[in-house]
Design a protein around this ligand. Structure first.
Ligand code: ATP
Length: 300
């Protein structure tokens, strides 16, 4: 069953078309990346799903049903703006929110202990929210979105404010929950994380869908036409449009897109004339590269 379906959903703010006739379909037990540059319309889309904003037109179905407060109670939601009751104690807040979503007290208490321990927050249960660091509050909000064991979870920029250890923990939990059959919508700018986690992606730009489908298929469609080059020296050829259409500099290596009709061997030849090569590999483009290419194409 489709866990979330959007058909022709639009929203404008005055003359700005923030989301334009968007169609989405999220299946069971998958991580679905809702991706796009700043201002693309991701948060507006999520807010319409959560009924914080009313769509101007279009249909939203959640867990196979028309959008209603009842069905939304079965959705986990991590909003972009975090806002927890600052004066409440951690344990009380979690219990209050779990019971609000219909979880029985005994079950809620068990789950709260489990999650607090999982996120290394057990010792903070009696502290007020305002005493927690930003990252700890972020972890707490992440816990809130899973506390009632929802079948569908929407995470708007879940990695914000987290250190690498906690980013890994959040990723681990997302993958575990997915394996249990939960569908997770992940809105993020971090393409590296999206690439590791997402089964499906939808890339939106200026409110319109510009690319969607299975991540593996999308990457395979681009083919192994990208060169990863690790080198030392002055690589002037990178700015020679006759051989290199575009490149992304990652510091330690560059990801190169050959110009149309240019064989990667020609790149290898030019590179070897100018720099010392440590690694030369033909790969599928990274999601970051696909993102940049697709968004830039839209601007041409
Ligand atoms: P980011 O990645 O920067 O968070 P986003 O993809 O989530 O961006 P949205 O927050 O959905 O983008 O914004 C889409 C567009 O709608 C932007 O141009 C934004 O300025 C505009 N917008 C969003 N909310 C409002 C609002 N309440 N009133 C007016 N304009 C808005």
């Amino acid at each position: 069953m489709e866990q979330l379906t959007l058909r022709g959903v639009s929203k404008s703010f005055g003359s700005l078309q923030a989301v334009n006739e968007l169609d989405l379909s999220v299946g069971e037990g998958c991580i679905y990346g809702l991706l796009g540059p700043n201002g693309a319309g991701k948060t507006t889309t999520i807010r319409m799903i959560m009924d914080i904003l009313a769509p101007d037109q279009g249909e939203i179905r959640i867990l196979g049903q028309p959008n209603s407060s009842r069905v939304r109670d079965r959705v986990g939601y991590l909003p972009e703006e975090r806002g927890l009751y600052r004066k409440m104690k951690v344990g009380h807040l979690l219990l209050f929110l779990a019971e609000l979503k219909g979880v029985k007290k005994t079950t809620a208490k068990e789950r709260i202990d489990y999650w607090l321990e999982r996120f290394d927050l057990l010792g903070w249960s009696q502290k007020k929210i305002e005493e927690l660091s930003r990252g700890m509050q972020q972890k707490l909000q992440f816990i809130v979105s899973f506390l009632h064991s929802p079948k569908l979870v929407i995470l708007d920029e879940p990695f914000t404010g987290l250190d690498p250890v906690n980013i890994n923990l959040v990723k681990e939990v997302m993958l575990e929950e997915k394996r249990k059959g939960t569908s997770i919508i992940l809105s993020t700018h971090l393409m590296e994380q999206a690439e590791k986690l997402c089964d499906q992606i939808c890339l939106i730009n200026e409110g319109e869908k510009v690319l969607d489908g299975g991540l593996n298929e999308i990457k395979a469609n681009y083919g192994k036409n990208t060169v990863v080059l690790e080198y030392e020296g002055q690589a002037d050829f990178l700015t020679d449009k006759e051989v290199v259409e575009s490149y992304d500099d990652y510091g330690k290596w560059v990801e190169i897109h050959p110009s149309p009709g240019i064989n990667p061997q020609a790149i290898l030849k030019r590179a070897s004339q100018e720099v010392t090569i440590f690694k030369f590999e033909l790969v599928e483009p990274s999601l970051n590269e696909i993102f940049i290419q697709t968004v830039q194409k839209g601007k041409e």
